[in-house]
Design a binder for this molecule. Sequence first.
Ligand SMILES: [Cu+2]
Length: 156
Amino acid sequence: MKNLIILALLSLIQSPLWAADSILSVEQQSLTLTGGYLRTMPPGQTVTAGFLVVTNNSGSDCQIVSAQSPLTERIEFHAHLHADGMMQMRPMKTVMVAAGKTVRFEPGALHLMFFNVKRRLVDGQTVSLQLNTDNCGSHSLILDIRSVLRPMMDHS
Ligand SMILES: [Cu+2]
């Protein structure tokens, strides 16, 4: 019995992203969020992009309907489009993560856009992010803040 308890504790330590979810119902563990990070901003900028990988382990489709962070009240989902030889971004109201599928927010593709960020973002620090879904509950993860070497794209 004692060994079982130790094993259970070890598995919690080895999966920090799951630890916070462990008291929630099975239904709310249907999404796993991993590999989250946020880019630092060049001086004077207040807009930045965040990335992560979302996997739907459940048997039903999940729509991500909103994102929350202490950094800003305004986080949008953006898709990249190629139109007339130009790279454009299109805001998306929701992001579908179909049953059993993985959706990647990554540079040059789908991403999270953080607006009106007042705090200076320092490489190596972290910030929390929560994704809210229609029928898969709300899920949080910690984003690593990483510096960027190339400039952000224009969001005018
Ligand atoms: Cu964008």
